[in-house]
Design a protein around this ligand. Structure first.
Ligand code: PMP
Ligand code: GLN
Length: 361
């Protein structure tokens, strides 16, 4: 619809700015020197070593690169292969909503039952009491996603305490933690990865995306980290799903990861964009819902219109030339709180133009 209406597109989450020339050169050089055939099924050993090194470098637990990491076709394949491998008919999977759109279809394709549980409002934190109340003898997995798409909420230390207690109380429960926005977190806060705790890491499947971290969503490369016995099962699906991931990009990223600035600089860069956009829309009737991470900003349009969010997002695209995502799209019951999600992984020009449109409404 954004294309049809020649609208400014802040809907789908993807950066507008280029991939670093150094990383592009690394991919090119690896193609030129002949790294163009199949990589090993779990991913190149040097990339898996580089990933394990990075996890430890940023305060994570020791991960065995050989048996506990698999390189995947983006985080989406990591999520799909993990769910296919780990749950099936009769199993229930708790999904916290609003939730990224690929979780529930994957659970359903695996034959399992999704159990959607709303996050707390207005801060999009997990409602630990509701989560506990929804656990049955069939509950196999809990999925979490922080920094959170679409809200930009992040985990707090008290959530980690709750999470540990929950997994201790339910020894059969597995956690799938989607941490694709691990390097986009603001205000000096630290991303509380489940891989920073030995006990949580021993019970978790954790997924990541180089697409988010290196502004290359079209490269579709990510990875999954899980304890050896679980990874053994995930790899059985990965092997027949896609077998392996493109080779030159793996070589290039293995080298690029050696410089911590290549991923640690994202926080500041995106924090400036968040602040720029929030500041530019502050003169409008749209209200900023605080974003603490990710490249998404939710705006409430309560003071602007009574339309349902889907209709309002369509009107904004068609009549005002600005595309966003209605937050009800992230709920299985289409819960409508009059919220829209805007992606601020854009240049200041684009963000200013978007804010100017919002200020005119
Ligand atoms: N999880 C979340 C929360 C996302 O926002 C995305 C981005 N599309 C993904 C997973 C999938 O990542 P990838 O593009 O690496 O498959
Ligand atoms: N993660 C991106 C988003 O939330 C989109 C990826 C997709 O369109 N499947 O906008």
């Amino acid at each position: 619809m954004a294309t049809e209406n020649n609208a400014l597109n802040l809907s789908q989450g993807f950066p507008e700015f280029p991939v670093s020339q150094e990383l592009i050169d690394l991919v090119y050089r690896n193609m030129q020197i002949g790294h163009n055939q199949y990589a090993p099924m779990p991913g190149l050993p040097i990339l898996r070593e580089a990933i394990a090194g990075k996890i430890q470098h940023i305060g994570g637990v020791a991960i065995n690169a050989d048996s506990e990491i698999t390189v995947t076709v983006g985080a989406a394949e990591a999520i799909f292969s993990s769910i296919m491998a780990l749950v099936g008919k009769g199993d229930e999977v708790i999904v916290l909503e609003p939730a990224y759109d690929c979780y529930i279809p994957a659970i359903e394709l695996a034959g399992a039952t999704p159990v959607p549980i709303p996050l707390n409002q207005p801060d999009f934190s997990p409602n630990w009491q509701l989560i506990r109340e929804s656990i049955t003898s069939n509950t196999k997995m809990l999925m979490i996603n922080y920094p959170h798409n679409p809200s930009g909420a992040i985990l707090k230390p008290e959530d980690i305490v709750e999470l540990k207690q929950l997994l201790e109380d339910y020894p059969e429960l597995m956690l799938l933690s989607d941490e694709v926005y691990e390097h986009i977190i603001f205000d000096g806060k630290e991303h509380l990865s489940v891989l920073k705790d030995v006990f949580l890491a021993s019970r978790s499947v954790v997924v990541y995306s180089f697409g988010k971290t290196f502004h290359a969503t079209g490269w579709k490369i990510g990875y999954v980290v899980a304890p050896e016995a679980i990874m053994h099962e995930i790899r059985k699906v990965h092997q027949y799903n896609c077998f392996t991931v493109n080779t030159p990009t793996q070589f290039a990223i293995a080298e690029y990861l050696q410089n911590e600035n290549n991923y640690l600089s994202l926080n500041d860069m995106y924090e400036k964009k968040r602040d720029f956009f929030a500041n530019a829309v502050s003169a409008s009737k749209f209200k900023v819902v605080p974003s603490y991470g990710t490249y998404f900003q939710i705006l409430s349009y309560d003071e602007v219109s009574d339309l349902p969010d889907m209709e309002f997002a369509e009107k904004l695209t068609r009549e005002y030339g600005l595309a966003s995502i209605p937050v009800s799209a992230f709920y299985s019951n289409k819960k409508d709180d009059h919220l829209l999600r805007f992606c601020f992984a854009k240049g200041e020009d684009t963000l200013q133009k978007a804010a100017d449109i919002l200020c005119r409404i």
